[in-house]
Design a protein around this ligand. Structure first.
Ligand code: TXA
Ligand code: MG
Length: 326
């Protein structure tokens, strides 16, 4: 335990000195910098290979700090913060001058959240300020849900890695824009649309499936090296076997309805029937099939309700066009 406290102090010191710290959250690992240090924030973009126009999320230690980072907090935002923080919900609000443009991609709005992870909260408390952090992976790749994923992908480019074990939620936070007349979901994630609608007592707009509504979203994202192809669940085995017989190394996401079915493929993962477990495992499954040398991943979409909405969103984008890598 003392080691852990030491680590938190070292990590907070690294942030104060302008360094980058990878840290666990309940969703995925973040690559953090002092939100008020424009040079440190710029380094995040270099390390990730992320275009500077893609805004970052500012992580804070509690809802009480919200007013330090944003202007004009509407009632809706207070209600959602009260109900879902700490937790996998990010609110987009008008930025205060404290937030440098480097963190917002030049926008007048800023994304803020309070992560629900003891290590992240300890880091934020020890540091005292806000920590801007995207997911700790190279731009466009699968997000990390374990410290080893971060070390394997970013290595020495990060000054300090805090290890908090496996992320419990496994997909990124839900992003809700509360700057307009009606709140809208910019990215589905760990807080479900149903829970948000119940809290607000009104239906919420969700991005169209092909939609590129969050600034800086590209069609291909959350993508493994292998090409991802989505088919109907009942076609998964047949499509995989056709490609495998053509000499491709095929990885299969075997849907729960086909659990235990024999499939002629290079590698297969059994998709959990529970959406919680599927979300928790999703990025690890994609990494595993990459590691096993699959060139192609055949998968199907879950029902788009509950966490299934976020899972389907990530799978669609993993399968999106990526001219530079094909
Ligand atoms: O769960 C998460 O949200 C994780 C953990 C580390 O907190 N973070 C994460 O960050 O997923 P990142 O950078 O991979 O995704 C942040 C998303 C981007 O799609 C970005 O476009 C959007 O948040 N975003 C940030 N600021 C925004 C703003 N002012 N308006 C609209 N979208 C914004
Ligand atoms: Mg990301």
């Amino acid at each position: 335990m003392t080691e852990r406290i030491d680590d938190i102090e070292k990590a907070a010191g690294t942030l104060r000195a302008g360094g980058l710290v990878a840290f666990p959250t309940e969703t995925v690992y973040g690559l953090g910098a002092n939100a008020e240090d424009a040079a440190a924030v710029s380094r995040i973009f270099q390390v990730k290979g992320r275009p500077p126009s893609h805004p970052l999320i500012v992580h804070i230690g509690g809802a009480a700090q919200l007013d330090d980072w944003v202007e004009d907090v509407p009632e809706t935002a207070r209600l959602l913060a009260e109900r879902f923080w700490p937790g996998p919900l990010t609110l987009v609000l008008r930025r205060s001058r404290r937030v440098p443009y480097e963190a917002t991609g030049g926008l007048e709005t800023v994304a803020v959240r309070v992560p629900d992870h003891p290590v992240a909260l300890a880091l934020l408390a020890a540091f005292g300020g806000g920590v801007t952090a995207p997911s700790a992976n190279r731009f466009g790749n699968v997000s990390p849900t374990a410290a080893d994923h971060v070390r394997a992908e970013l290595g020495d480019a990060v000054d300090f890695v805090l290890d908090g074990g496996l992320c419990a939620v496994g997909v990124e936070s839900t992003i809700v824009d509360v700057t307009g007349e009606a709140p809208s979901i910019l990215r589905p994630g760990g807080v479900t649309r149903e829970d948000l609608e119940a809290a607000l007592g009104r239906p919420l707009a969700v991005p169209s499936t092909s939609g590129v509504r969050v600034p800086g979203q590209h069609p291909s994202h959350y993508a493994p090296r292998a090409r991802v192809v989505l088919v109907e669940p009942e076609r998964v085995v047949a499509e995989a076997e056709v490609a495998q017989r053509q000499g491709r190394r095929v990885g299969v996401f075997l849907p729960p309805s086909l659990a235990g079915a024999p499939v002629e493929a290079h590698a297969a993962v059994a998709v959990p029937g529970s959406m919680d477990a599927y979300a928790r495992g999703l990025y690890g499954f994609l990494r595993e099939l990459d590691q096993r040398g699959c060139e192609l991943i055949i998968a199907s979409l879950p029902r788009e309700e509950g966490l299934g909405l976020a899972i389907a969103n990530r799978l669609r984008r993993a399968a999106g066009p990526r001219p530079e890598r094909l």
